[in-house]
Design a protein around this ligand. Structure first.
Ligand SMILES: [Zn+2]
Length: 284
């Protein structure tokens, strides 16, 4: 991905095509995937691989959603809306964060609150402690911060214990990562955990792995999950492996608008094709 082909294809090809079909509704819900909200220099990375959103950009994105009539939903209610069908999904968006970075508390949470939005944070539990720990060069939130955010309406899900690449691990190890993180979050917060975010690139074309993983997730008490497969969630999506739209500082209003409208979904098809041919780079 040497050029910003995903942006060009989205803005100059897919978005105009969808514009032709204005008024066309496909009943899908965008699930946004954020990681870090901070002023980080990721200029060495191609925009497709960046995981930071500056606080100013995040505020601009939230304001854009608010001004265009979007409301946020939890994963649970989003899946319920999709299964019910109809026009109820219009202008519904789910906002998710992976990795438990502490800058959520200072930067993302106040911006969400300003517009009455909610979000779900997925925690790699080995990186959450009574004092701030570091994961992927960034400070993570503490359990007391998790509890406070939960009281203020933020949902928490599991992102494994150690954030490993699960694909290729023994089933017992996978079970430890999946069940262990859920038990820890429930012990520390007293709240029920029923959602899971798959770390790193999702092996969407490996059906036996997905079958095994789904069985472990269900045995471990999960009902919903998200992954890094690009797209918007629809009635036919697997509730354990819902598609998401990655967002970072490169998402100005034009690109965000196009993504929400479905003009980025073609990247998911390309992603799937690429996985059949080559081992992809990963995103945390
Ligand atoms: Zn992650």
């Amino acid at each position: 991905m040497s050029l910003r082909f995903d942006r060009a294809g989205t803005l100059y090809f897919a978005a105009p095509l969808l514009g032709v079909l204005a008024g066309w509704r496909d009943g899908r819900i965008p699930i946004l995937m954020y990681h870090s909200v901070a002023d980080e220099d990721e200029s060495a990375l191609q925009p497709y691989y960046r995981i930071a959103t500056t606080p100013a950009q995040f505020m601009q994105q939230m304001r854009w959603l608010h001004e265009h009539g979007y409301r946020t939903a939890s994963l649970v209610s989003a899946v319920g809306l999709l299964q019910a069908g109809g026009d109820t999904v219009e202008k519904t968006v789910v906002i998710t964060f992976d990795d438990g970075y502490r800058n959520f508390c200072q930067q993302a949470f106040p911006a969400l609150g300003q517009f009455g939005f909610t979000a779900t944070m997925f925690l790699p539990t080995a990186s959450i402690g009574d004092r701030p720990q570091v994961f992927n060069r960034r400070e993570c939130m503490t359990w007391s911060e998790v509890r406070e955010l939960q009281q203020r309406g933020i949902s928490f899900g599991s992102h494994t214990v150690n954030h490993p690449q699960l694909h290729g691990l023994e089933p017992d190890r996978i079970r430890q990562e999946i069940l262990g993180s859920r038990q820890t979050i429930e012990d520390k917060t007293g709240g029920a955990v029923n959602s899971f975010a798959y770390p790193y690139a999702f092996p969407q074309t490996d059906r036996p792995f997905k079958t095994m993983l789904r069985a472990i997730l269900e045995e471990s008490g999960y009902r919903y999950g998200v992954c890094t497969q690009i797209g918007r969630a629809g009635a036919a999506s697997d509730p354990m492996f819902l598609e998401r739209l990655p967002v970072n500082s490169a998402d100005d209003p034009a690109l965000l608008k196009a993504k929400l409208a479905g003009a980025y979904d073609w990247v998911g098809g390309l992603q799937s094709l690429t996985k059949r041919i080559t081992k992809p780079r990963t995103r945390a």
